[in-house]
Design a protein around this ligand. Sequence first.
Ligand code: ADP
Ligand code: MG
Length: 240
Amino acid sequence: MSKAETKEEMQQDNAPNVLLQTHDIQKIYTQGGESLTVLNNVEVQIKAGEMVALVGPSGSGKSTFLQVVGLLDRPTGGQLLIGGEDAASASDDKRTKIRRDYLGFVYQFHYLLPEFSALENVVIPQMVAGVKRKEAVEKAKTMLTDLGLDHRLDHRPARLSGGEQQRVAIARALANDPKLLLADEPTGNLDPETSDGVFEMLLGVVKQHGIGAIIATHNMQIAERMDRILEIKNGRVISY
Ligand code: ADP
Ligand code: MG
């Protein structure tokens, strides 16, 4: 890399619209004396409001990448800036704070609290973040209604269909106003038809909230509708 490029990148780091920037991120798993390099020299930049797809074959490192940039796991090396703050080497407390301030997560499995209604599942994380109950309930109702679930507010997860469960999980992920949504094959567990419907709604609410998103998917039709595609290949992430 030339000096000019490095300088340009550093300027971009400081630009207010850069939400996430990695420099030479590496992730190596070591198990029983064997080491496996999953991410190598990863350079990724995500701007505020940008929606990108994350693709790559199974086992290529999509989940690893999302866990590292989502501050659920630490990289083996490299820099990770979120909102200009260095998150890779920050303390656990600081990382928790950055995660709360910036990030929302949706996984392949919904991980909703089984004993609570759809509404409560969206209310509780807001209250944990310090929002008053009344306000949290109002917001949860609005979000669930936007996701077509106004008639399911009082249902527990077990009484919801797979697509409905994932829509509740999406509402929960957005409830605390993240600036970046990280979704790891969010419809990977659904049949193709339901998957399409949930994806439409997911893209709709992300746009409506004007936030950024990194969405791991195997669906190239969906991927091509994003602003950009990140592809993991041999540990590197290429963008197009
Ligand atoms: P993807 O989400 O693209 O399917 P993953 O990020 O789950 O890929 O996995 C990438 C590679 O890292 C795989 O070879 C997987 O077996 C390995 N891997 C993932 N997590 C761990 C771990 N905690 N310890 C050791 N190896 C892991
Ligand atoms: Mg995965």
